[in-house]
Design a protein around this ligand. Structure first.
Ligand code: COA
Length: 203
């Protein structure tokens, strides 16, 4: 167990991306914890277990879903598992920017200067979060999305793949922006917003 150096909570699609970045960061021994784990399951030889080991040195949350990731965070905090941040060496991170615990920055993401990213966030592969943005706790900025400068995004928000948020916009908590949408005005209430320009849709 001493050689184990990162425990990843979850074994869904996002957990594989987390594992890839973690291995690029220099972690060599991964273990996934997932209550759906099947006997003998592994990822490139890194085991998947139903139950957590007794001692955890470094822990990371790997649910792509914001609510599930928050639940993982609560468990980790309650058990006292030390949470790390995972930041791809292939990502760029601007001067004066700050990242809170348990946040993920994927390959080729770009975080501009003076950005604040809250805890438990996902800044996914090739996402851009430009200068002076504020991203609230447990939000997910999906692959290849663009958040222009001075945008403020609340907690538990989800910005879909390839979406664009115009500079200076404010988006409140728990808002879902669909893949490919373009947000050009502030969004002040939870809901699903789709299209160009993004409009609230009841699905
Ligand atoms: C918006 C979203 C959350 C809705 O998901 P859903 O509730 O499962 O909705 P459905 O796929 O059943 O689609 C419902 C309707 O909305 C339309 N729709 C879905 N997503 C859309 C989008 N992004 N833009 C425009 N229209 C969209 C569908 O065509 C469908 O229209 P119809 O009723 O006329 O056939 C989802 O489609 C989406 O965009 N998710 C983002 C996924 C993503 O970015 N993943 C990356 C993870 S890193």
């Amino acid at each position: 167990m001493n050689s184990l150096n990162l425990v990843i909570l979850g074994f869904g699609g996002h957990a594989r991306s987390v594992a890839d970045v973690a291995l690029h960061c220099g972690y060599t021994h991964l273990m996934f914890i997932d209550d759906q784990a099947r006997e003998g399951e592994s990822f490139l030889g890194h085991p998947v277990q139903e139950l957590a080991p007794q001692t955890i040195q470094n822990c990371f949350l790997a649910a792509g879903d914001n609510i599930k990731r928050h639940h993982q965070w609560k468990i980790a905090v309650q058990k006292g598992w030390p949470l790390v941040t995972i930041r791809s060496p292939l990502a760029s991170f601007g001067v004066g920017s700050k990242l809170e615990e348990a946040t993920f920055i994927g390959h080729h993401a770009h975080v501009g200067p003076l950005v604040h990213i809250g805890k438990g966030c996902v800044i996914n592969t090739a996402a851009i979060v430009e200068h002076d943005c504020k991203i609230g706790d447990f939000s997910h900025i999906s692959i290849n999305s663009t958040v222009a400068g001075r945008v403020t995004i609340g907690r538990f928000a989800f910005i879909g793949a390839g979406a664009t948020i115009r500079d200076g916009i404010t988006i409140s908590d728990s808002v879902i922006i669909g893949a490919g949408a373009v947000v050009v005005s502030d969004i002040n209430e939870p809901g699903i917003y789709l299209g160009i320009p993004a409009k609230k849709i009841i699905l």
